[in-house]
Structures are given as C-alpha cells and as structure tokens.
Design a protein around this ligand. Sequence first.
Ligand SMILES: CC(C)(COP(=O)(O)OP(=O)(O)OC[C@H]1O[C@@H](n2cnc3c(N)ncnc32)[C@H](O)[C@@H]1OP(=O)(O)O)[C@@H](O)C(=O)NCCC(=O)NCCS
Length: 342
Amino acid sequence: MSDIEILPIDPLDAELVGAWITMQNAVIAHDTPGDAPYAVAHQRLRLALHPSAVDVERYVARIDGKVVGATELVLFLADNQHLIGFELEVHPDHRRQGIGTRLLEFVERRAAETGRDTLLTGVVDSVEDGPKMDHAGQAFAGARGYASVDNEIHRRNDLFAVDDDDLAKLYVDAWDKAAGYELIQWVNHAPDDLAEGIAAMRARMYTDPPMGEELDIRPAVYDVARVRDEERVCAERGELQLAAAVREVATGEIAGLTDILVFPGQEEHAGQNDTIVDPAHRGKRLGTILKIANQRLLRAYRPKLRYVHTWNAEVNTHMIAINEAIGYRRFCRDIEVQKKLS
Ligand SMILES: CC(C)(COP(=O)(O)OP(=O)(O)OC[C@H]1O[C@@H](n2cnc3c(N)ncnc32)[C@H](O)[C@@H]1OP(=O)(O)O)[C@@H](O)C(=O)NCCC(=O)NCCS
C-alpha cells in the first residue's frame, strides 16, 4: 500500500473539507443506513467554532492525495481532563488495509502527548427491529483493546407518523399531575433568570443518567458563563436550539430542562440533546410535558422536518417510556467502548 499521511484539517481548505464530508457520508450510508447524513454547511461551521470548554482536533488520512479516513478528537478542558472522546472512520472501499489502525495509533499518541489516559468512542450494533448495521467497528475496537463500558439505544421519531390527538391527550393528562409548575420555552438564548438553574441541570447530565460502572466520565463543571458560551456557539454555527424548562411556581426553582438541536443545511433530521428532571421533582410527568411541548415547538418551527434522534441508556426505563409514548422507535444500539492507557 502507498504511504498514509495524516494531516490536520484546515477549515479554509475548501476542497479538503469537501472530500472529508463526502467520505464521512459514504461511511454513514454504508454503516448506519437511515441515520442523518452530515450537512455540509454544518460541518464547515463546526470546523471553525466550538465551545470554549473543549478543544477539538480533526485529521484526515490520505493515500495518494485521496481522503480515505478521518478522526475527530474532543479534549475536555473545563472538566474530565483525563479524557479524549473521539470518532474515527475509514471509507468502506479502503477497509482492512490497516488505515483504521494507523489513525487509532495517532489518536492514542495525541492522548499521551496531551496527558490524557482515557479514550472513549462509540461503535454501532443492530437491533432486531431496526435496519441492519455494519458491525466492523465492534470487531475493530475489540481487536484494538477497547472494552464495552456502556450501551445506549438510539431511537428515532418519525414526526410524520405521530398522532397529534394521542399527544394532546398525553399532554393534558400530564398537566393533571403537575399542578404548581409552569412551562417556559425559548430559542437559542435562555431567559436570564433561568441561566443558573440551567447550568445546574447541564451538570447533572454528567452524573444522573444511568451509565456503566466502568465508564469513566467525571462530574462536570458548569456555570452561567459556560451556558452562555454554548448558546453563543450554537447561534454562530447557525444551529437552532429549541428549549423548554419547567419551573416550580412557589419556589422559582427549575425542575426540568430539555432541548432539541436543528442544524444548518439539515432539514430532515434533528437531534434531541439533554433532557433532565431534578430528582426532587420526579414522578410528576414533567418529563412528558417537556418532551411534548418541545416536540410541538419543533413542529411549529420546522413543519417539514421529519426525524428526531435520541439516545438513552438501555436501563433508563422512565425516559424510554416517555420517548416511546411520544413516538420514538428503536433504530440501533450504540456501544460505548473505552481504553485506559497505562
Ligand atoms: C472500524 C473501522 C474504522 C476499521 O477501519 P479499517 O481501516 O478497516 O481497520 P484495520 O484495517 O486497521 O483493521 C484492524 C483490525 O480490526 C479488526 N477488524 C476491522 N474490521 C473488521 C471486520 N469488518 N470484521 C472483523 N474484524 C475487523 C481486525 O482484527 C483487523 O485486523 P486484520 O484485518 O488484520 O484482521 C472502519 O470499519 C469504520 O470506519 N467503521 C465505521 C466507523 C466505526 O465503527 N469506527 C470505530 C470507532 S472505534
């Protein structure tokens, strides 16, 4: 095989960036059919802008000038400084030639150079009731010393198939159990009096959802400045962040939060981001209220957008019950794989 070169992606190299995105979408079409492709506009913007709580490095692997693979590394700065989260892919026409291995060696070298000892990534698994996925990632990760540490089910909601009357009934029933709370919704910039509560909720997302014992994700450091920084980056990348919170009227306390992200250039798929209800306020259907209200906000903003994607730990029965009730169905399993560098 000719020499492999691994080089950082220069966001201003339009041709290289175009080849990178084309390669990534060939991987999605081959490995996870039905998943959202990368929108070119969004990928170009993501190269230029990211939240200041992380560093992001992206590299392509080229052979004879052709992009055949790539990797993206997220280095946490505000917390989890032991960790690198990464993605790595090789074009379907160039597999089993050692390119993945070369990229992975490069990632592990960057981990050592940046003083990090934990590497975390995801590989796909098919579910009985979903499309047939390619399982090369599992074999590759296993062969390279990565252990499975957590499982999440990726669900997809086909909004065109959702029965609005069913949803309306669920919503009314939920409010019967949620007396004393109010709903607040916004797009991109949260009201000032909610920002502190939102920071606390975002931090909880690192510790509250059920996760595998070996998965080495540590508590987050979140404050209002981080919330505002993330909102700014979303807005500058042209992302639409549709959000909802519930607040206890008597205390003014934020009891729950959810948000959906719509990416520029992507008018068919959106992504569910965080959903969380504070433990002191659980069991009052606040999760159902949040999810339905936000799904409706999405329908109002993007009536022609068809799919929303979400990920839940297989054991997260409460969240899954809500998601199934509002139309989400199983798509595939994402297995988190981790390696500790000694
Ligand atoms: C996983 C992936 C990156 C592998 O890339 P690759 O260039 O084919 O990997 P390599 O040639 O370096 O394979 C190294 C070893 O992994 C294992 N492996 C890789 N693909 C495999 C497959 N389809 N079946 C069985 N074993 C496989 C083998 O042990 C292989 O060594 P061998 O070819 O000498 O038997 C590629 O299939 C891919 O992009 N998949 C989709 C994205 C993904 O899952 N990324 C994984 C993140 S860890």
